[in-house]
Ligand binder design. Structure first.
Ligand code: R5P
Length: 312
């Protein structure tokens, strides 16, 4: 197989280095800057010609990142890369997957269409699939999804004594049950009603039977942080121990990290989005999936089966 070229978009250098190392691929270099009028300049400093190109770009706060990413993908294509893949540990625009009110844009579909027109394949971790069951319903390109649940469970097992896992809402039950089972802990699920971008109402179930355990709140995303914050405060009010907060994607709206630190015993997130709470490394998962796809794409296409079956 031709050696893949791994390229980090700005801010993704550490993750790209780890992925390149896991795959045993070259970590190339990309020059990016802005012209005085604000337009973007992109130049490959490593040659992608004839090679699988793997772009690494997590997509939290996606709008300012998106153009550089598609320019890099388009340049890679122009320069003759054999294929263009994207490793986006956090995949943006998954939550507006429906027109909740008249006239709204369904951004999950539009974003998927735009991104898929520039790249050949996509690797991500725990995309926020809600009304869509699988990523293929949105992305028409080859894709692989990694799961952080086993890594989160390992972290809980080795850092929390006597945990009880608490999930944010009924939809998360299956996922929470998996983390709990792997961590060897019981679990409970909250009832959540979202009343606005930054307002949630949480109903905590009866926790009497587990009140002597350490609550571990697990969620896929900490965005406004209200789900974790409101829950943590309610648990404290009910006399439970300060909770440990564990999440995959550490988006953290302004100020909420500090507010959560004030009420939580600890906060642990994966490095899908760079944040000071990152303690769980998903790079090996991403590297494995990217390597699988690159191998699959490099495999010679099997000759079309002739009538051999019928001739037997
Ligand atoms: C909801 O479906 C998700 O699992 C999270 O609970 C949610 O996205 C967290 O958002 P926030 O931090 O804004 O409460």
């Amino acid at each position: 197989m031709t050696e893949p070229l791994v390229i980090a978009l700005p801010g993704n250098g550490v993750l790209a280095e780890k992925v390149a190392q896991c795959i045993g691929a070259e970590l190339g270099s990309l020059e990016t800057r802005n012209f005085p009028d604000g337009e973007t300049y992109i130049r490959f400093r490593s040659d992608p010609t004839g090679r699988p190109l793997i772009l690494i770009c997590t997509l939290d706060r996606p709008d300012p990142k998106f153009l550089s990413l598609v320019f890099a993908a388009a340049a890679g294509r122009d320069l003759g890369a054999a294929s263009i893949g994207l490793v986006a540990p956090y995949l943006a625009y998954m939550r507006q997957d429906k027109r909740f009110h008249d006239g709204e844009a369904v951004t999950s579909t539009a974003f998927a269409r735009l991104l898929s027109s520039e790249i050949d394949w996509l690797v991500t971790v725990d995309p926020h699939l809600h009304r869509h069951k699988v990523l293929d319903e949105l992305y028409p390109i080859l894709n692989r999804v990694g799961h952080a649940a086993p890594l989160m469970a390992d972290w809980i097992r080795s850092h929390v004594d006597h945990p009880v896992i608490i999930g944010p809402d009924i939809e998360s039950e299956q996922w929470v049950a998996e983390v709990a089972q792997r961590a060897g802990a019981p679990f409970r699920v909250l009832r959540k009603e979202r009343r606005g971008d930054r307002e949630v109402k949480i109903t905590v179930p009866d926790l009497d039977e587990v009140s002597d355990l350490t609550p571990v709140l697990v969620d896929d995303i900490i965005s406004s942080g209200q789900t974790m914050l409101v829950t943590a405060r309610q648990l404290r009010e009910q006399g439970l121990a300060a909770p440990v907060c564990v999440a995959v994607h550490a988006l953290f709206a302004d100020g909420v990290h500090q507010a959560l630190k004030n009420v939580a015993a600890a906060i642990a997130t994966t490095n899908t989005v760079l944040h000071e709470s990152n303690v769980i490394d998903v790079a090996p998962v991403l590297a494995d999936l990217a390597q699988d796809i690159v191998r699959e794409q490099g495999r010679p296409v099997a000759p079309v089966a002739s009538s051999s079956v019928g001739n037997r």
